[in-house]
Design a protein around this ligand. Sequence first.
Ligand code: NAD
Length: 285
Amino acid sequence: MAIERLAVIGLGLIGSSIARAVKARLPDVAVTGYDVSADVRDEARLLGFCDRLADDAADAVRDADLVILAVPVGGMADAARAMAPGLAQHTIISDVGSSKAGVGAALRAALPGHLVIPAHPVAGTENSGPAAGFATLFEGRWCIITPAPDAPGDAVTALTGFWQALGATVDTMDAEHHDMVLAVTSHLPHLIAYTIVGTASELEEVTESEVIKYSAGGFRDFTRIAASDPVMWRDVFLANKDAVLATLQRFNEDLTVLQQAIRRGDGDKLEAWFTRTRAIRRSII
Ligand code: NAD
């Protein structure tokens, strides 16, 4: 099935990047955009990355072959319900949410009888909003698709081809597994980064200006992602609660081991740990 008309709901970093990438790589695909914020719609109009901007969600999706919801995870169901009156039967409904099991369930519940194929491009920056997007965001990045076992093969193939055309490499897995993988590779690192910034800001012995001045000692690189959008990340942690809590439990156990080694002066333990983890880190490009 061919994708000739695309609707993007939510025109922030990811939605606007999709629209820009489609214009750059699939110029024959007509892109309609919609955002619940009138300010964002105005900004998108000025930036000009959509062929058409709609002023309501149902109008935006009319005649679309593919609809991509690029709104915060907690807003997916509302966004889906708002667009439902305009959906055609053949339309593939997908999303870009950073967690998948809950989002898939919410979209299917909000859109009974429609075809929902969740997806997650593993690509982003710590910036948000329509001006932050760019056409090359997905190039060389993974996009994970989490179709239900009974999803029609031609629709999965069409969605796979769409993301490949934007430069991504597509992987398919079940939604629960996705959520566990992303809990450790993305969600836990964000939680730790947010925590460290909070800890540093509350230390009585170290001033904020000292933290900023000496941040090249690790703090700056390590905490870049703590500048990410608070609403998006609030929703990710609420939506992926079980997987995040499971990985956090393991992380706490490991941190306690290192804490004990430092307290006991166990240099062998620390060196062995750092040698092993350095080798793993160096194997990640
Ligand atoms: P963003 O804050 O830049 O943009 C989100 C946009 O959605 C905003 O413009 C907002 O007004 C709009 N919106 C909110 N509710 C809406 C609704 N009901 N209808 C229409 N528009 C609505 O956020 P983003 O970084 O583009 O994230 C969007 C989605 O992409 C999230 O689900 C996030 O989990 C996922 N994601 C983000 C990243 C990242 O690094 N930022 C990476 C991969 C996936």
